[in-house]
Design a binder for this molecule. Structure first.
Ligand code: IMP
Length: 207
């Protein structure tokens, strides 16, 4: 395995913590894309997680010639809401979630989900987290990886860890929400952990 760091294109500290924990266990170092905060933001207007992940990885890899750059797009799909918030997860409580511009606060996004599921009984609250990771070099996607985690949406938040919709997402396998898990525990079961382990196994096969 190469010892060069894998560059991760994200501002989200919750995601970075999760990537770092898993990478360490595989003996891989991760780092941010150099000058990331001054690069023009990529507009996440794709119709799918994969389209957005590719778009981000390809654009940001141009800022680090020759290096492997990883970007993820992720979100929550709720069956009773026809798959919403889906690719709009980060800005579900915004005035215009489709506008792909500003994100809304995690609490406001969770509140909107709770409002919309108000009359939905527990057995009809199936949902999944999805994470698609794209690995790109010099503007070209080399491979994509998709991880999912199946659970249900509670009618009130539980737990203080994690980020986003974690306090609402109950994971039946262990009877807790993702916000009741440590970062290490969460990545064992999470969509992001699954996708990242697929990436690491692919990465380990590269020269
Ligand atoms: P992205 O930065 O466009 O991938 O936005 C992902 C959004 O989906 C986040 O802002 C969260 O609202 C939600 N999300 C994705 N992964 C997770 C997770 O692991 N826990 C909780 N919420 C998540």
């Amino acid at each position: 395995m190469t010892s060069r760091p894998v560059l991760i294109a994200t501002f989200n500290l919750g995601k970075l913590r999760e990537f770092a924990g898993v990478a360490e266990a595989y003996g891989v170092t991760i780092a941010g894309v150099p000058g990331f905060s001054s690069l023009p933001p990529v507009i996440e207007d794709g119709a799918t997680f994969e389209a957005n992940a590719r778009k981000k990885a390809e654009a940001y890899s141009l800022a680090a010639p020759g290096e492997l750059v990883l970007a993820d797009d992720s979100g929550l799909e709720i069956d009773a809401l026809g798959g919403a918030p889906g690719v709009h997860s980060a800005r579900y409580a915004a005035e215009e979630p489709h506008a792909a511009t500003t994100n809304s606060e995690d609490e406001a996004n969770c509140a909107r989900v709770l409002r919309e599921l108000r009359n939905i009984p527990p057995e009809k609250r199936a949902a999944r987290f999805v994470c698609v990771l794209a690995a790109a070099r010099d503007g070209q996607t080399l491979q994509v990886f998709r991880g999912t985690a199946e659970g249900t949406i509670l009618d009130a938040p539980r737990g203080n860890n994690g980020f986003g919709y974690d306090p609402l997402f109950h994971f039946p396998q262990i009877g807790r929400t993702f916000a009741e898990l440590s970062t290490t525990e969460k990545t064992r079961y999470s969509h992001r952990g699954a996708a990242f382990r697929m990436f690491l196994s692919w990465y380990g096969r590269q020269t």
